[in-house]
Write a protein that binds this ligand. Structure first.
Ligand SMILES: Cc1cc2nc3c(=O)[nH]c(=O)nc-3n(C[C@H](O)[C@H](O)[C@H](O)COP(=O)(O)O)c2cc1C
Length: 319
């Protein structure tokens, strides 16, 4: 177990709000960090590298002001897609280093040069993985921790049960950080992740249904109205298997049963696909309202404490 010092003493609940394409913007990140959960966003949520730099400035200034006013915000992170079809990677990495983003989440590729660049200014790198093999490769590339993306997660989910994945990855990670993702939408599930051996929990879908997310109102309402039966896992939309809201496919006139499979993965095609259909994980189950981030985090903190009491009470009756 090894929570990086960056996160120590700033979190009200041990969690990161995950980066989400077309969903996470500066307001979501700022309010999340102020409430004591680490916020993050994908660099590609801004159309240009210049726009990305402007968002980093906006977030950095807001969190500095909060600090100056006596607050202790959680750190924020950015997501860089390390894939040959991302033409902005090098420009965005340079901007990330200049702004000294406290942590970087890399997806699709773990590359030593990217890790070294982030380490050069004191940042840390967490890398998304869905299997033990991916985790081993990321650790070889020098990352500071892995994010175990299990079955049922929003976005490019894995297929492995979270309890199995965490048991498999904990020994591989050793003293590196291990973050667990997949359908974690309340404080009890955050507590379960920590009890199972994670250093932090990673929440995506739950943060779509917040006042500050960039998702349109219909998308937020669909999350509240949906259950796990409304989620389909398919590679047919963008070439990489991901979880999508079935009602959003129906609205777009798509039926995965009869659709032709998408041809391979490229980011341009992927961006188009995700703007017409909406992604969410099985964690839609139990999301009952769209909340301001501050209120959501208060609720997560209370649920996390309740889960702790349940664990202690059980131990008390079973010495
Ligand atoms: C709408 C949506 C967009 C996402 N976009 C990205 C992304 O751009 N980069 C990334 O690394 N992960 C992305 N993800 C995955 C999340 O970062 C995270 O792994 C996932 O949401 C966690 O599972 P949960 O949604 O069940 O909480 C996305 C997920 C969703 C739901």
């Amino acid at each position: 177990m090894a929570l990086a010092p960056l996160f120590s003493g700033t979190l009200t609940v041990p969690a990161i709000a995950a980066p989400m394409f077309l969903v996470s913007g500066p307001q979501l990140v700022i309010e999340t960090c102020k409430a004591g959960v680490a916020g993050s966003f994908p660099a590609l949520n801004q159309r240009t590298s210049e726009g990305y730099a402007a968002w980093l400035d906006e977030i950095g200034s807001a969190l500095s002001a909060h600090r100056d006013a006596g607050g202790r915000p959680a750190p924020f992170g950015v997501n860089l897609i390390v894939h040959k079809t991302n033409p902005r990677l090098m420009a965005d990495l340079t901007i990330t280093c200049k702004a000294k983003a406290p942590f970087v989440i890399t997806s699709l590729g773990a590359v030593r040069d990217v890790v070294d660049a982030v380490h050069s200014y004191g940042g840390i790198v967490l890398h998304d993985v869905i299997s033990a093999r991916h985790a081993e490769k990321a650790i070889e590339a020098g990352v500071d921790g892995v994010i175990a993306v299990s079955a049922g997660a929003g976005g490019h989910a894995g297929t492995i049960n979270p309890f199995a994945l965490i048991s498999e990855l904990r020994p591989i990670c050793g003293d590196k950080m291990l973050v667990l993702a997949g359908s974690i939408s309340n404080g009890g599930a955050i507590a379960a992740a920590i009890a199972a051996g994670a250093d932090l929990a990673y929440l995506g879908t739950r943060f779509i249904a917040t006042r500050e997310s960039l998702a349109q109102a219909d998308y937020k309402d669909m999350i509240v109205a949906s259950g796990s039966k409304d989620i389909v896992y398919t590679p047919k939309i963008s070439g990489v298997a991901a979880n999508f809201l079935v009602p959003s496919l129906v609205r777009a006139g798509l039926d995965v049963a009869t659709m032709e499979p998408s041809k391979g993965m490229d980011l341009e095609h992927e961006a188009k696909a995700w703007s017409t259909v909406w992604s969410a994980g099985h964690g839609v189950a139990g999301i009952d309202s769209v909340l301001p981030v501050g209120e959501l985090v208060q609720r997560l903190v209370a649920e996390y404490a309740e889960a702790g009491h349940r664990l202690t009470a059980y131990r008390g009756t079973n010495p």
